[in-house]
Design a protein around this ligand. Sequence first.
Ligand SMILES: Nc1ncnc2c1ncn2[C@@H]1O[C@H](COP(=O)(O)OP(=O)(O)OP(=O)(O)O)[C@@H](O)[C@H]1O
Length: 608
Amino acid sequence: MLISAEKEEILISQSPVSSMSVPESIESPQPVPLVYTDVNVVPEHERNELEKSISSLEGEVLALKLKLKSLDAKRKEVLNKIIDTKGSIRVFCRVRPFLLTERRPIREPVSFGPDNVVVRSGGARKEFEFDKVFHQSATQEDVFGEVKPILRSALDGHNVCVLAYGQTGTGKTFTMDGTNEQPGLAPRAIEELFNEASMDHTHSVTFTMSMLEIYMGNLKDLLSARQPLRSNEASTKCNLNIQVDSKGCVEIEGLTEVEVHDFTKARWWYNKGRRVRSTSWTNVNEASSRSHCLTRITIFRRGDAVGSKTEVSKLWMIDLGGSERLLKTGAIGQTLDEGRNSKLTQILKDSLGTRSKVLMLVHISPRDEDAGETICSLSFTKRARAVESNRGLTEELRKLREKKISELDEEMRDTQETYKKIGGRLQEAECLLSENKKLLRATDDSYQEDMEKKVLSPLDHLKETDATPKSSDKHVRISKSSGFVPRFMTATVASRLRQTMSEKEINAKRQSVRSVAKTLTQLSTSESLSLSDSRSRGLLRRSYTKPLQAAANSETPETPKRRDIKDASLQKKNINDTSLPRSKMVTSSDPNVRAKLCHHRRRMSSLT
Ligand SMILES: Nc1ncnc2c1ncn2[C@@H]1O[C@H](COP(=O)(O)OP(=O)(O)OP(=O)(O)O)[C@@H](O)[C@H]1O
């Protein structure tokens, strides 16, 4: 449907509005003749076609939604199987490249394969296994690619925890935050969540965001509106309480939680939190190496069906303090270490359980002098990895496991592809449905207008407007339809007398204008008519102006009689234009009647 604002016309294809389930033959690109038609003249059979198309599209939308729902459930199940087979605690290792300021040793202490790292220190050789090892040349995209599937789990209702662990200066912040040119995991993950949510056709998904810092057992709200002015000034929200409800869900009392509607807004908040974290420390490096920075995205996912429950899950992205600091602090004083780490454990209590997915990224340095610290970090993650029952499998079982994972991966890809296709079709169908509904509403309105015009001739309309108090048309219509007329609007004996006199005169005009309206209606129902077509316009002009002129010989200079009526749409505008000065709506030639009508109208308007 095309709407030309210039000509105030609507172009409607002569064929009924197509639905999605059109037969192949009709779908082939045949030249469809376009017919210009006025919205006021949509023939009855086209309305029926439109209604039929709407109901068939409604059925199709429903069926597609059901299909998507079952595909979503299947995808969820397959993903869970994959994660369970791979292990719900996954440990990756990332080796930082040498920095420009660092001297590369002749014999590097760290060597690595795709899933193992070997460290040589003081003649000893230690080997560690991982789910994946990112070499020095690995990009931020490479790392994110491996993290992506776990995000889907978060959207599916699982609590997910992504932790960056390692010695100070090994690249934890680089991996989590990244730079403007090379964004890290957190901004990429947030963007991905929005992308995935936009493709979910069966649920509405919303997000909130919180950021906090833990240092020496203190919790600091990084998104709070009230931040300390100076670095050493205590923040009002520096000691938040951790609460656990009856279901075991952890909540941090008073922690700022902002609603994020899109990625731009989320990134803005994320950058704000990062700024607050660094500015509250006198030394920026101290900030990241001595404290844990936690970003929480809470996901609210609700099905479209009436009465659906909202699933809530959390995605934690944590940049841990330098591991050597943790160990050293622990060595210096047990109390300090307890205070520092027990808060972290409490906060993550519901996100490290059996239904949760954990991804730990251990970062190591390539430097010779860091080899001892590297072994410490890797030994810690080895213990974390050992928690998983899948570890220590025989070669045969390992192969079987790999085969199973690749089968599941393929199933997952197929399901996702089908989901995407059906999602696309659903969007098309919904779009078409909404267009058709709009069109039907437009035809309904014009149909009603048309019917009104058949009952009331244009002059009736004038009369009605004339006799109406200044209140809006809408109000008057409501009063008419409901049968309720305010008392001050009921006619008095005198007003009825005055009205009878004016009615006699108006009736004569009504007769002639009705014949014009009839001619128009006949024209409109007999064929689709283009008002841009000069022949049609001429026909309209002739048929419309002639009886008007004949009937309105005695009209006042303001009436359409002396106007050069350009086309029917202009004529229609004149008739309906209630914004015209009220004096222009009087149609009596008799000065006495005119005076009486004016008096009547003044009286009525003074009552409103
Ligand atoms: N993969 C990488 N590629 C390029 N540069 C990196 C990489 N990893 C780390 N760097 C650089 O190494 C330096 C230290 O990294 P970063 O600050 O991220 O370490 P960190 O582990 O977060 O330290 P801290 O514990 O102090 O927070 C930075 O200059 C960073 O840009």
